[in-house]
Design a protein around this ligand. Structure first.
Ligand code: SF4
Length: 336
């Protein structure tokens, strides 16, 4: 069996948006098995993708070259792969397939990676109307210069219903509880985060309707999770920083509704097919939409949108503060 190595993105949402590329590769090259090299923060999602045969987990840290480690692992993988797809645009991410002597190394030019990438695609334009991220990745399945045609498969993660119940019990929740998962983080920056007060007010209203709002997120989201818990006077239960990514995925799979910023967990909820309300601020729902028919998007489409900034350059973030809890509650009623 021939093997493909995929160098995974380091952002959770990008990993989900890259899945249709893996689906395309599986359809085009059924005799190839796909292995994915991923950092621990995203590796669990690839273990839930049916296209992936094996996940190689390696803790290459953001911002570090890790040259010796990349060399050692590359040499250990020498001769194992017929082709590699390098999904991040950084120079260092292309080193390992080069060290492993993978004959075909496919990727975008990125940071002038001439020589490291052997099948080189031109970097796409990055204006306000940039193409959907999912097509950016899927385009790599075609030879450079040939336009990708047709619809793409939607991301899809496998979960075991028994593991969903186990995750609820492990976190002190009742299996039959009607959960609403609130995902208030967005590692990119505050211009993608709906205010904690708005999440809290929404949580209080949902609790009054008999649901249990739970806050999910990484350890970085603990302060905002605690704020939502306090501002909602305990209506929301903060679980941010208290779950593994795998448990968070299972809790989302076991939720009746998800309310989320444009974040990695938004894409997880889409890949799990859960009804969701997705809130967009400085980013664009044309570029990174939740890839699911069960998603309702709220986007204010201001004159300044999308600016793709991490922090609002105008200092008011009205694209998000202007979305009222009542708007979200109405969207929840539509999405349910
Ligand atoms: S400039 Fe406009 S789109 Fe960008 S963060 Fe500010 S309000 Fe939002």
């Amino acid at each position: 069996m021939k093997r493909t190595l995929v160098i995974a993105p380091n952002w959770l949402g990008d990993c989900l948006m890259a899945q249709p590329l893996l689906t395309l590769l599986t359809a085009k090259q059924p005799s190839f098995e796909i292995d994915v090299l991923a950092i621990p923060a995203v590796a669990p999602v690839f273990r839930r993708m049916p296209e992936v045969s094996k996940v190689i987990e390696e803790d290459f840290r953001h911002g570090r070259l890790d040259l010796a480690r990349r060399w050692r692992l590359g040499r250990a993988l020498k001769g194992r792969y017929a082709q590699a797809f390098v999904l991040p645009n950084s120079w260092k991410s292309a080193l390992l397939p080069f060290f492993a002597d993978v004959p075909l190394r496919v990727g975008y030019a990125g940071e002038s990676r001439f020589g490291l990438i052997s099948v080189l695609h031109r970097n796409p334009a990055r204006g306000p109307n940039r193409e959907p991220m999912v097509r950016f990745y899927a385009q790599l399945a075609e030879p450079p210069g040939r336009k990708l045609a047709g619809e793409l498969a939607q991301p899809l993660l496998r979960v075991d219903p028994v593991a969903v119940i186990a995750a609820k019990v492990a976190l002190g929740l009742k299996p039959a509880e009607r959960l609403v998962a609130l995902c208030p983080g967005a590692e990119y920056g505050p211009a993608k985060r709906w205010p904690a007060e708005h999440f809290a007010e929404t949580a209080a209203r949902l609790k009054a309707q008999g649901m249990l709002p739970i806050v999910l997120g990484s350890p970085k989201d603990v302060p905002i999770g605690l704020s939502i818990e306090q501002l909602s006077h305990g209506a929301a239960l903060n679980l941010a920083g208290k779950t593994t990514l795998d448990q968070a995925m299972h809790l989302i799979a076991g939720s009746a509704m998800v309310v989320t910023n444009d974040s990695g967990l938004m894409h997880v909820a889409a890949a799990l097919g859960r009804p969701q309300v997705a809130l967009f601020g400085s980013s664009s729902p044309q570029h990174t939409p939740p890839l699911s028919a069960a998603a309702v998007v709220i986007y204010k489409r201001l004159e300044c949108s999308p600016c793709f900034a991490r922090e609002c350059p105008l200092g008011h973030t009205r694209c998000l503060t202007g979305i009222a809890p009542a708007d979200v509650l109405a969207a929840i009623a539509r999405a349910a």
